[in-house]
Design a protein. Structure first.
Length: 143
């Protein structure tokens, strides 16, 4: 069922105390993409910091790449956004989407990465530690 234009202008009923808690998990594809892009750049022999800077000057720029990408490049996984909270929030978002009958395949895939992050003991670190999960998948240790 499609909503009319007037209906889109009306405020929607909120399902939780904070819209930011619901919407934040949907930036996960960008976060995972940042980790993958920086790992790919590094593994191809490029300077990940310079690649990040180049992407920030074009259409690929995002707040995730700016803030968490920098943390990944600098290998600073001290908590800013504690990964365990991010894991919880995306679980809530996936549950809400399931109730609404909405498929979120990319979000579900990122949830699997967050599950691996939690299982690897990185839950108390920053969400940027998703880079460490990718490195573990390749059998690498911290660099």
């Amino acid at each position: 069922m499609r909503r009319s234009r007037a209906a889109w202008r009306r405020p929607r009923r909120r399902r939780s105390p904070s819209w930011s808690e619901e919407s934040r998990p949907f930036s996960n594809a960008c976060l995972q993409g940042t980790a993958e892009a920086l790992l790919f750049a590094r593994e191809q022999g490029a300077d990940a910091a310079r690649v990040r800077e180049a992407i920030l000057t074009g259409y690929g720029a995002s707040r995730m790449l700016d803030v968490l990408g920098k943390k990944m490049v600098e290998r600073d996984f001290a908590p800013g956004i504690v990964a365990a909270l991010h894991h919880k929030d995306i679980g809530v978002a996936i549950g809400l989407a399931h109730e609404a009958g909405l498929p979120l395949p990319v979000t579900a895939q990122v949830m699997q990465q967050l599950n691996a992050l939690m299982g690897s003991g990185f839950g108390a670190q920053d969400t940027s530690s998703l880079l460490l999960v990718l490195e573990q998948m390749r059998g690498q240790k911290d660099r």
